[in-house]
Design a protein around this ligand. Sequence first.
Ligand code: NAD
Length: 485
Amino acid sequence: MMFEPPFSLLIDGKLRASASGGTIKLVRPDTEQPGWEVPAAGPAEVDQAAEAAARAFAEQPWALLPARARSDALFRLAALIRQQAERLAQLESQNVGKPLGDARWEINAGARAFEYYAGALPRFTGETIPTSGEGLDYTLRVPIGVVAAIVPWNFPFLMACWKVAPALATGNAVILKPASLTPITALLLGQLAAEAGVPPGILQVLAGPGGKIGDHLVQHPRVRKIAFTGETTTGARILKLAADGIKRVSLELGGKSPNIVFADADIEAAAAAAPGAVFGNAGQDCCARSRVLVEESVYGRFVEAFVAATKKQVVGDPANEATQIGPMVSAAQRARVEEYIELARSEGGRVLCGGTRPHSPGWYLAPTIIDGLPSESRVCQEEIFGPVACVLPFRGESEAIRLANDTQFGLSGSLWTRDVERALRVARMVETGVLSVNTNSSVYQEAPFGGFKQSGFGRDLGAEAMHLYTEIKNVFIRVPAKEPA
Ligand code: NAD
């Protein structure tokens, strides 16, 4: 097991360097020092992987194995992930800059994804349908074929597992492409899968730049389905590239999620929970509740408590157990976020806390709360993907709903109220794929997760995700009602 460098691509069951010799030179977010070098796949590796995947899908019995055998392999993979969890968490933490505790959570949640789909697959069934024909009609859920799973840098291992687990469970061959900045744990997932008995070509891992190999992978004629998590603009590009081949596409994209606090809520609880909901993972979270909407009558009280709780957040060394917010993933990402903070200032926004670089070296940015901007401002509309929250006041339920929906995105959100009827009404009206009431946790392995509007379509997690990786085949068998005379 190659848990130490050099890390390798996994193509057709073999650990490989890149034929072009290209590498990705990683830099540590916490020290700004050069880190690992990882092979960068080029178009030649994409072609090899796509051919190997198509061959494996057609010739290897993976999809035709009894459900129990596939299930056993995925349970073995989950067990291997759990055995190596601490090492994987350290690598993830060092690569992404996320606090070690968060990385541990992520690795364990990745293992849980394999356990869930390993357990779910024997219960993923078709139907028998009473038709008007003389015979028996039934449906089969059959794998799509070669799936390209393209994932982002913010939760590299978890996003990979959310796609690879249901795709493998349902019998597909998967080519996993992690983001260039964060390829390490995805490459190791490939090795662990091989050790667990997933056959060569059924899971392959290619690190490489999105623009260069992503396009090629998406357009490759052998690839029949693209499961993508990333930015909305990249998702739109993938959708266009996939159109000519009528490929199946599912997209988990950006967000600008509301956190709605009504005056009748437990204000202290809502304020205490608000920093974690937006600044977790240094705000690099598609579910970040970055539009905090507060009823006018409790606005001052809530904002004061929210700022106080934010100032208590521990920003620092990701290896330190007490750290809640580590550095951002790259210098470029921090610079982008700082531009938004400048923009907010120039448009008359008030920076209530943060906006500074609390440590150096390392791409740290203090959690930042801004108010005084209108909902239509760019800072309140665009996904900043960093530790920045905008606070906006509202008057009454209908304005809360209007503001919550006043965004192109529709991924997640929270609402805080003690009024059950209001909770039910507002939960129905807010246009997001997931929503939580009196908590900010809305992501569970067992429940579907995904977006409305420009946050994408298709659902990860839960039994729902298995539908994304299968086609329905309908079979009709003629059975004459009477024995021929
Ligand atoms: P990104 O879109 O830049 O990259 C995502 C992946 O796509 C990477 O692997 C990248 O290399 C690849 N890619 C880039 N260009 C490509 C192309 N032309 N063809 C094919 N692949 C290409 O996103 P990111 O910056 O890595 O991640 C941050 C984004 O991901 C944010 O917008 C965030 O909201 C979103 N995200 C969404 C969810 C969700 O479930 N909805 C979860 C996590 C992150």
